[in-house]
Design a protein around this ligand. Structure first.
Ligand SMILES: Nc1ncnc2c1ncn2[C@@H]1O[C@H](COP(=O)(O)OP(=O)(O)OP(=O)(O)O)[C@@H](O)[C@H]1O
Ligand SMILES: [Mg+2]
Length: 218
């Protein structure tokens, strides 16, 4: 396994309408590193995460995860990543437990109710396991998204603004829980959340659609 778990080389993205969202990004993230991205709305954070996850196609450049190419070895790379998306994407009429179990199945993993129970307990969702998604509050739905992202036991976790739209207290509480889950899982965390900066040695600023390394220590 290469030392860099995620390696991005001269990555650019031009959307179909001609908009150039990323301009020749170079970035390496090492195993065990907690990495945060900051940037204004529209800076390209979601675009970058989506490319690494294989949801958006890059226009040029190479991205590897554990040495596997995100396009040629898509199944290898995607199975290593848990993604908590910026937008809520949940099956509203299914239960919490089924939503999370189903996600695990999508990665070809055998059902493992014990693992699902562990995640739901860590995220304080166990008492809600039989409720349908539409019966949950917004913050709880965000937690379900985290549980789904962890369901297939990924080694990399992307959090794309999962606390958007939740109140300050809940946000702090959720953040503590993410860190707890991540410690348990020994997962790497990649997140645009400002709170994450406390745990981050380096941060990068997306500016002018390029990543700029900022050497400030937090
Ligand atoms: N499908 C698309 N077609 C054309 N342009 C797009 C598309 N998706 C995103 N963009 C543009 O690319 C730029 C980067 O968007 P992106 O969603 O990556 O930003 P972001 O940094 O995640 O912003 P936010 O903080 O608001 O979530 C924006 O200008 C956006 O309008
Ligand atoms: Mg975004």
């Amino acid at each position: 396994m290469s030392e860099n778990q995620i390696s991005i080389n001269k990555l650019s993205k031009v959307y179909n309408n001609g908009f150039n969202a990323l301009k020749s990004i170079n970035l390496n993230i090492k195993k065990g590193e907690i990495f945060a991205m900051l940037g204004p709305n529209g800076a390209g954070k979601t675009t970058l995460i989506s490319i690494i996850c294989g949801i958006v196609k890059p226009s040029s450049g190479i991205v590897t995860v554990d040495g596997f190419d995100i396009i040629n070895d898509y199944r290898e790379t995607r199975s290593r990543i848990g993604l908590v998306p910026q937008e809520l994407t949940l099956e509203q009429f299914e239960t919490v437990f089924n939503n999370v179990s189903y996600s695990r199945g999508l990665y070809g993993k055998k059902p493992d109710p014990k693992h699902i129970e562990k995640i739901l307990r860590q995220l304080s969702l166990w008492d809600k396991k039989d409720q349908r998604l539409r019966q949950l509050s917004g913050g709880m739905k965000r937690r379900v998204l985290i549980a789904k992202a962890l369901s297939h036991e990924p080694s990399i976790l992307f959090l794309d603004e999962p606390t958007a739209g939740v109140d300050v207290e809940l946000r702090k509480d959720m953040w503590k829980k993410y860190v707890a889950v991540i410690k348990v899982k020994d997962s790497k965390l990649v997140t645009p959340i400002v709170e994450a900066m406390q745990a981050v040695l380096w941060h990068y600023v997306v500016s002018d659609y390029r990543l700029k390394k900022n050497k400030t220590k937090w």
